[in-house]
Design a protein around this ligand. Structure first.
Ligand SMILES: [Zn+2]
Length: 87
């Protein structure tokens, strides 16, 4: 379902705004997000943010491992003799 400005008929791309982003006409309350929708959206954004942070942490952890191999690997290394374990 799309929502359009009653004044200029353009798509209301940001329903958080109280006024049209193009002509600044007031957006009728019924096509603005309800508080509940806003909450749901905020929640969704927070989740995405959290996932992104998680991926960054993971990438950072992998990069750190590359720079400083864990002692764990050194422990295993003798068993990987001649197998080019790290390549
Ligand atoms: Zn408008």
């Amino acid at each position: 379902m799309s929502h359009h400005c009653p004044n200029c008929q353009r798509l209301v791309y940001n329903r958080r705004l109280k006024n049209c982003g193009y002509c600044a006409a007031p957006i009728p309350i019924e096509i603005q997000f309800t508080e509940r929708e806003k909450d749901a959206l905020d929640q969704k954004m927070a989740e995405l943010q959290e996932q992104r942070k998680e991926r960054e942490r993971e990438a950072e952890r992998k990069a750190a491992e590359k720079r400083h191999p864990q002692p764990y690997h050194h422990h295993l290394a003798p068993y990987a003799n001649g197998l080019r374990w790290f390549s």
